[in-house]
Design a protein around this ligand. Sequence first.
Ligand SMILES: Cc1cc2nc3c(=O)[nH]c(=O)nc-3n(C[C@H](O)[C@H](O)[C@H](O)COP(=O)(O)OP(=O)(O)OC[C@H]3O[C@@H](n4cnc5c(N)ncnc54)[C@H](O)[C@@H]3O)c2cc1C
Length: 235
Amino acid sequence: MHDLARLLMATNVIHHPPSPMSSDPPTIPPPTNDTPVKQKLPPGMVMGPDGKPCKICTAFRNVRRTKQPGSTTKAGTNPSSNSSSSSSKTAGMAATMAALANGTSIPKKAEPAVPSDQPPAHCPPDVEVLGRSTWTFLHTTAAYYPEKPTPHQRANMISLIRALPLLYPCSNCALDFGEDVKVNPPDVSGRVGLSRWLCERHNEVNAKLGKERFDCSLEKTDERWKDGPRDGSCD
Ligand SMILES: Cc1cc2nc3c(=O)[nH]c(=O)nc-3n(C[C@H](O)[C@H](O)[C@H](O)COP(=O)(O)OP(=O)(O)OC[C@H]3O[C@@H](n4cnc5c(N)ncnc54)[C@H](O)[C@@H]3O)c2cc1C
């Protein structure tokens, strides 16, 4: 067992997220003098190895859910307040009117806002953004890995995979991934084997999170991560 896993198991600080169906109230009861201090975490919030709620282990929507309606940002503004959206609407309308008056082209509408359950683009990643980006990197790297890698390339790929459970910042993700890799050693023999192995590891996480399994045939992994669909919609 690697050091991080041993440390986490020994200190027993990893708390997996409760079921999304849980109706537990999102409160942290205040400690009293006669009861041991035991934080009750809000649904979806994960405890980190330092004994504090782990932000990078938690989905943004679960962090947001725990915030009181009307709560303010660090700058003291309310992000959901109507004033900013109405002022941007007014600005957009003014730009359109000016364009019509000047005979210039009407400015394009701004890109639709990021769905509210995802962190805004300028914010640090949550567990989902980090996961999506990491899977994108890993599957794409596997798709372009040589058919017949040199011993040096194999060794580097092994190092990359073995480093993940040690370095991945979502501690409970890292722990479970490390356990899975121990039971299912990486296949670095070539891109076919590696793509399948990685797809199966991703499916383990999908199963844990109640998501659909992906078809791990080379045809499907290549379509998703290298060639795009036959209809040419990604060309
Ligand atoms: C090593 C690792 C461990 C993780 N562990 C946890 C965890 O314990 N708890 C947690 O909440 N989150 C974990 N995550 C994050 C989680 O896997 C997702 O990335 C996150 O929930 C966002 O999911 P998503 O639905 O956007 O799609 P993702 O699961 O991120 O997948 C991105 C895209 O990959 C494709 N895809 C899906 N499955 C496969 C597959 N099997 N093979 C190839 N392509 C596929 C799909 O097109 C999908 O849209 C982990 C991520 C990583 C990299």
